[in-house]
Design a protein around this ligand. Structure first.
Ligand code: PMP
Length: 285
């Protein structure tokens, strides 16, 4: 069966899906997006992702172009048509199509696209078993990264720099040398029996996986702290992690030349991963 995507009200074959050359998402990165994980044919933390999408839209003075009910219907169709049992749904809303002009157009309907993608569970398990390597780079992003906007050039460059150093993620350093987050994930260290992640502010994306993990840590009575940390703290850590909708809780075994613990996922990794998994809310499609 061929891959089907949703583009502005139509279901189209992936190969023939097109957006207008004057779409403001294309010209200005003027829009927002969400990535929903699909786990065992169900959507993970759907309501939380939708709430964040509404917040991102509102921060940019945009609205949902369809009702919440029809968006759920279209997401569900994309997951089913494409036989996605484990993978992701990418949903993007731009301010729409208008003759190029920086200021907002009048009466333009936002564009909505939905793409589904299968992801191999084996690949994820293999990465979890080995752990990932991280390199650091300056956080060159704009000052409202709490909005999940299409403005992703700095994270693109950061991730590319990481890949060129045989790393799978890049941790971004603010002007004071503290780690804000990963280029597409939140960052965590485990030090002196406490999991630490940076507090929510305009300098990080309030990760849905981050919040779900925190709920799980509370349930399991695992100590955690929301605090800034730098590379000296990383050196003193016995374990480290990234979290994101698609990576879940992923162990980090090296940051630049700093080996974390024994250089393999540590003894608490399964515990933290389970804390996340048992706190997820799964929505049937
Ligand atoms: N921070 C950034 C910069 C991200 O791009 C992502 C991935 N969307 C995250 C954190 C993790 O967010 P979530 O857990 O909601 O996927």
């Amino acid at each position: 069966m061929s891959r089907v995507v949703f583009v502005n009200g139509e279901y189209l074959p992936y190969e023939n899906s097109k957006v207008h050359i004057e779409d403001r998402g294309y010209q200005f990165a003027d829009g927002v997006y969400e990535v929903f994980a699909v786990i065992d044919n169900k959507l993970a933390d759907y309501d939380a992702h939708m709430s964040r999408l509404l917040r991102s839209l509102s921060e940019l003075n945009m609205k949902l172009p369809y009702s919440k009910k029809s968006i759920f219907f279209h997401i569900s169709n994309i997951v089913k048509h494409n036989l996605i049992s484990n993978g992701l749904v990418y949903l993007q809303i731009s301010r729409g199509v208008a003759s190029r002009d920086f200021k907002f157009p009048n009466n333009t309907k936002s564009s909505l696209i939905i793409i589904g993608k299968n992801m191999s569970l084996d690949e994820h398990t293999n990465a979890f078993d080995k752990g990932i390597n991280v390199s650091t780079t300056r956080d060159l992003r704009w000052k409202r990264v709490d909005i999940k906007s299409l403005n992703l050039l700095a994270p693109v460059l950061a991730k590319q720099a990481a890949y060129e150093k045989n790393c799978q993620e890049s941790w971004l350093l603010d002007d004071d040398g503290y780690i804000t987050e990963g280029s597409s994930s939140n960052a965590w260290i485990y030090r002196d029996g406490t999991l630490i992640t940076r507090p929510v502010s305009n300098s990080i994306l309030n990760g849905i996986t981050r919040s779900t993990l925190i709920r799980g840590l509370k349930k399991r009575k695992i100590k955690y702290k929301e605090a800034k940390f730098n590379l000296d703290d990383v050196k003193k850590s016995s374990e480290a992690f990234i979290t994101s909708a698609t990576q879940h809780v992923m162990p980090v075994v090296r940051v630049n030349s700093i080996k974390i613990g024994k250089g393999v996922p540590g003894p608490r990794a399964l515990d933290f991963s389970a804390a996340y998994m048992e706190s997820l809310k799964l929505t049937e499609l």
